[in-house]
Design a binder for this molecule. Structure first.
Ligand code: ADP
Ligand code: MG
Length: 688
């Protein structure tokens, strides 16, 4: 097959494959398999080793195995429903007897020949002391090569059988003599990768587990390479766009002088990098990573200030209303009347007037939520768009704000610090700056993990802190009442605390279902010190800054991820007062939980905690579904395949430095792949 027809075939609808008609097409579509390519890249979720027979006398309950036996009787049948009969067939292989059982439709009976040898594959169970084999497959022994293999196990959906998917995959492969490789011989040798053709066939029809591992490694490499390259390519394209330049950065000193503290060295470094971006006409996209409380906001504020003083506008987008309001207040105070600043969220009244004012340039700094992305918001002199706590926004959303003008610089502040290699792929379209130290004088937050028996003591400790004039957070995991576990919901906890535990204290409640302005009101009164205790679900999680709060008490801590706990803990210890974090955990007899809690008690380093969190929970849970805004990975695991990722990244840089536009003939396949990846991902072409 020549290259053109190869590409065409891959993109052809599944009905192109033998045995797939309109009916089966619908079934495959339900598995998100639409074209030949999808079928080829639909890798098994598991494999079953059926290479050897098990003697009946050795069959163990709970195991899956192949048994070879000669038939000496016909199956017994018992109709249990109109269309279902239960069949049972005692078979003997000379070492013992086992009852092979299965359900079948009387209209399509399974045919067996007496005296012939058969191979049965199934799961061994025990019924009243008798061994049974729940049959999954049966084949005549003369067809042994169809059964005695490592069998792929695919994801299924209603009405789709393993046999059908396996057959379809096989028929799809029969259409190809060879799969064109995106890597040449030289590259493959250098990274010891097997060929694509070999790898793909091995994934579906493995000859043994060692070879399968090599095949997988090759595909992981390829997948990470393509993803990383896409992101770098997007970045490069953006950088080719130009923006207006900020000329005078001396306003930085002017801004610093008005701050109540001096910037740390780390803040200075990052700020300088940002200012460099602003002075260049290249369109910059930068990620600021830093631990909780490392002071990222002020860096953004300084940059925004410099922009304004040079005659431009800048904007800051936060993921929640609470954070947007908080940033608005903080920046307003910092700018102290020297900058015109406004707030735009979904609950803002008189939007139309505000839109006009923003467009007319009456406001220099615009703070808001997603509401900023509304088409009616026009920011003609926008030069810097900042997004806070960015993991909640996807790759494309990151830059939407910058589409408010021809082109502008984008600054993203991350909520969760993550290891650098990982950041490179998750934020591969961004340059990265790290705020690698904390402001001076921060005291360590003492963290305790306790069980129920400490509850009284914990509450009296909270009482004492309030006595001293401090404030406390009490966080409950977000739950469904219907879950009916021994977990308290925010509302119940609130009632209990307000009526029974702290009857003389002022307590507020904050949860996700409240209206934005209600949340605001509660948050505001906590900030103003009118509330002693804030009971909250995790809406409080990111960014909130109340320096007078010194206690973070977390219920059912085992239900949170470590990075999330670290974020929550970061809500205290933000002022001059000694602060504490109390983790209530009743699952300490669980080894994994105990280990996780120990890390929280010991470490206060967000990067280290994130790494452990990833290690213990795996990538999927760490980031939640799609939270990182990248396409899902089919073979690679960003944690366990970190070493492969490093090599793939190295190759990416080399390829791009040799062929920045991916126009060389040998890179045309690569280009097709990165285009396909992101087109399919969200249906938008981000390559123009
Ligand atoms: P984060 O990086 O978690 O977003 P913030 O920007 O909210 O942190 O800053 C945390 C707190 O530290 C704020 O109250 C801020 O005013 C204060 N802060 C920031 N930089 C410094 C500094 N250099 N010295 C002292 N306090 C600082
Ligand atoms: Mg912040």
């Amino acid at each position: 097959m020549d290259f053109q027809s190869y590409i065409k075939t891959l993109n052809t609808d599944v009905t192109y494959i033998k045995g797939v008609g309109e009916k089966r097409k619908i079934m495959l579509n339900r598995l998100s398999l639409y074209n030949v390519w999808d079928i080829i890249y639909n890798f098994p979720k598991d494999y079953e080793d059926r290479r050897t027979f098990v003697k009946i006398c050795d069959a163990k309950e709970g195991e899956r195995c192949c048994i070879k036996a000669v038939l000496s009787s016909f199956p017994m049948q018992k109709r249990i429903k109109k269309n279902i009969v239960l069949c049972a067939l005692p078979v003997n292989d000379g070492t013992g007897v086992i009852f092979v059982k299965w359900f079948s439709n009387p209209k399509y009976p399974v045919k067996f020949d007496l005296g012939a040898g058969y191979i049965f594959y199934g799961k061994v169970t025990k019924n009243f002391g008798k061994l049974e084999l729940e049959m999954l497959e049966a084949e005549r022994a003369d067809n042994a090569e169809n059964v005695l293999k490592i069998m792929p196990v695919y994801h299924l959906t209603k009405g789709v059988t393993q046999k059908f998917v396996r057959g379809t995959v096989k028929n799809a492969f029969d259409k190809f003599d060879i799969f064109y490789d995106i890597f040449d011989d030289f590259t493959r040798e250098r990274y010891s990768l097997c060929s694509l053709d070999f790898a793909l066939r091995q994934m579906h029809f493995p000859s043994d587990f060692e070879t399968l591992a090599k095949a997988r490694e090759r595909l992981v490499f390829e997948e990470l390479f393509i993803l990383q390259l896409s992101l770098l390519y997007i970045r490069k394209n953006r950088e080719q766009k130009t923006t207006e330049r900020v000329r005078d950065i001396s306003y930085k000193e002017e801004f610093e002088k008005t701050l109540p503290f001096t910037l740390t060295g780390a803040q200075q470094n990052v700020l300088n990098e940002v200012l460099c971006d602003l002075q260049s006409e290249k369109c910059a996209n930068r990620l600021i990573q830093g631990d909780v409380g490392s002071g990222k906001t002020v860096i953004a504020a300084a940059a925004m200030y410099v922009c304004v003083k040079n005659g431009f506008q800048s904007a800051l987008m936060a993921p929640t209303e609470i954070l947007a309001v908080q940033h608005y207040e903080t920046l307003k105070k910092m700018f102290d009347g020297r900058v015109n600043i406004c707030l735009l969220t979904s609950s803002t009244k008189g939007k139309k007037k505000l839109y006009e004012a923003i467009e007319n340039g009456e406001f220099d700094v615009i703070i808001g939520t997603h509401a900023l992305l509304n088409d009616n918001v026009k920011i003609p002199k926008l030069i810097l768009a900042v997004t806070d706590e960015q993991h909640r926004f996807g790759v494309n959303q990151r830059s939407v704000l910058s589409a408010k003008t021809k082109a502008c610089n984008v600054l993203v502040m991350s909520a969760t610090p993550i290891p650098r290699t990982l950041a490179l792929i998750l934020y591969g379209d961004l340059d990265i700056s790290i705020v690698n130290s904390m402001p001076k004088g921060r005291q360590k937050i003492d963290t305790f993990c306790v069980n129920e028996s400490y509850r009284k003591r914990a509450y009296s400790f909270v009482e004492k802190e309030i006595e001293k004039g401090r404030q406390a957070y009490i966080v409950c995991p977000l739950i469904d009442e219907s879950e009916n576990l021994d977990v308290m919901s925010g509302e119940k906890m609130f009632a209990h605390l307000a009526n029974e535990v702290f009857p003389t204290r002022k307590i507020g409640l904050l949860h996700g279902k409240m209206k934005a302005d209600e949340k605001d009101k509660v948050m505001q009164s906590f900030k103003n010190g009118e509330l002693d205790i804030l009971v909250s679900t995790t809406v409080i999680e990111v960014g909130v800054d109340v320096p007078n709060a010194t206690i973070m008490l977390i219920e059912n801590a085992e239900r949170f991820g470590l990075s999330q706990l670290h974020q929550l803990r970061g809500r205290v210890g933000r002022g001059e007062h000694k602060s504490y974090c109390i983790l209530f955990c009743n699952a300490l007899d669980n080894e994994k939980t105990a280990e996780r809690m120990k890390i929280m008690v010991k470490s206060s380093d967000g990067f280290e905690i994130a790494k452990k969190d990833l290690e213990l929970r795996g990538f999927g849970e760490f980031f939640g579904t799609r939270q990182h805004g990248l396409p899902t990975l089919k073979v690679a695991n960003l944690f366990t395949d970190l070493e492969i990722l490093k090599h793939a990244q190295k190759l990416c840089y080399e390829v791009l430095s040799r062929d920045p536009n991916l126009k060389h003939t040998q890179n045309r396949l690569i280009f097709a792949r990165i285009k396909a990846l992101f087109n399919k991902f969200d249906g938008r072409d981000i390559f123009n």
